[in-house]
Ligand binder design. Structure first.
Ligand SMILES: [Fe+2]
Ligand SMILES: [Fe+2]
Length: 291
């Protein structure tokens, strides 16, 4: 079945460059620890998403279902748009002077190149579905908890993350359908989920610790406590959504789309610039149009 909701959007984000009054690493000034967790994940996107795209391209010639091929092509275009926007934001982090970024990026580049060289396409497609299943869970969590996590933060960065996850929800079924079409099997799917989850969480954790160390926050007890609280909050909210993926009968299409994400898609249709600059003081509203 072709998923007609997948939409390609040219997002007009404007990321404010760093200056002596503004550090883009702390785009949520009230929550610098959460900002760096997100920044670490953002640094992974220009390595993870091209790897997903290459795996899906490699699968393309083996797929016989025309509707699935159409979905796969849209999926690739959405993911390509995601990592390009993250690259733009990541450059503002580099320009702010974070010296650990090169090492974080080299490690991610090495990881994905090794997976591609040493693992089968079957494994890489299972990783892709594992990541996508997790991205659906994370996207739902971020939308449900948006006021706490993004309230009063910099509009462009909050809008980048929320746009990305609205589209992750839109293409939630594609990697599942590709894997199921070529390599059906419960244990392969679950193996991919566990591997992808452990890999992404571990690398993200390494990244935010290095970023927070450069901030000088790793020496602060208050910052340690704030980091612990936000990590537990996020994990506690993701866990039930992650556990449901383990059900043998799981299919991402069973998961209802959040109303806020559908309202966001409508906002984009009416006002693309507004969707790229959400009013983060009004995130509780269904459509937080900038004033
Ligand atoms: Fe993406
Ligand atoms: Fe995705």
């Amino acid at each position: 079945m072709t998923d007609a909701r997948m939409t390609l959007r040219a997002m007009p984000f404007v990321f404010e460059p760093s200056n002596k009054h503004w550090n883009p690493g702390h785009w949520n000034t009230a929550r610098p620890e959460f900002s760096q967790v997100v920044n670490s994940a953002s640094l992974a996107m220009p390595f993870l998403e091209p790897y997903l795209i290459r795996s899906m391209r490699a699968a393309r010639s083996k797929i016989t279902d025309p509707a699935l091929l159409a979905d796969l092509d849209l999926y690739i275009r959405q993911e390509a748009a995601h990592y390009k926007q993250h690259q733009l934001f990541n450059e503002t982090l580099r320009a702010a002077g974070y010296t650990c970024i090169d090492a974080i990026e080299s490690r991610l580049a090495a990881d994905y190149s090794k997976l591609e060289k040493e693992r089968s396409l079957r494994f890489n497609l299972a990783y892709a579905e594992g990541f996508e299943a997790m991205a659906l869970a994370i996207g739902q969590m971020l939308i449900e908890d948006r006021v706490h996590l993004f309230g009063d933060s910099k509009p462009a960065v909050a809008s980048l993350v929320l746009w990305h996850f609205v589209e992750e929800i839109e293409h939630k079924s594609v990697a599942y359908d590709v894997l199921h079409h070529l390599h059906p099997g419960y244990f392969l799917r679950i193996g991919g989920l566990i591997y992808a989850t452990a890999h992404i969480f571990w690398r993200t954790r390494q990244g935010y610790h290095r970023l927070l160390k450069e901030d000088g926050l790793s020496r602060s007890l208050a910052s340690h406590w704030a980091l612990t609280k936000v990590i537990y909050r996020v994990l506690f909210n993701i866990l039930p959504k992650w556990l449901r993926i383990l059900r043998p009968g799981y299919h991402p299409r069973q998961i209802a789309d959040p109303a806020w994400g559908l309202a966001w898609a409508k906002l984009f249709r009416d006002n693309p610039a507004g969707a790229a600059k959400l009013d983060t003081a009004r995130l509780a509203e269904p459509v937080p149009v900038p004033s």
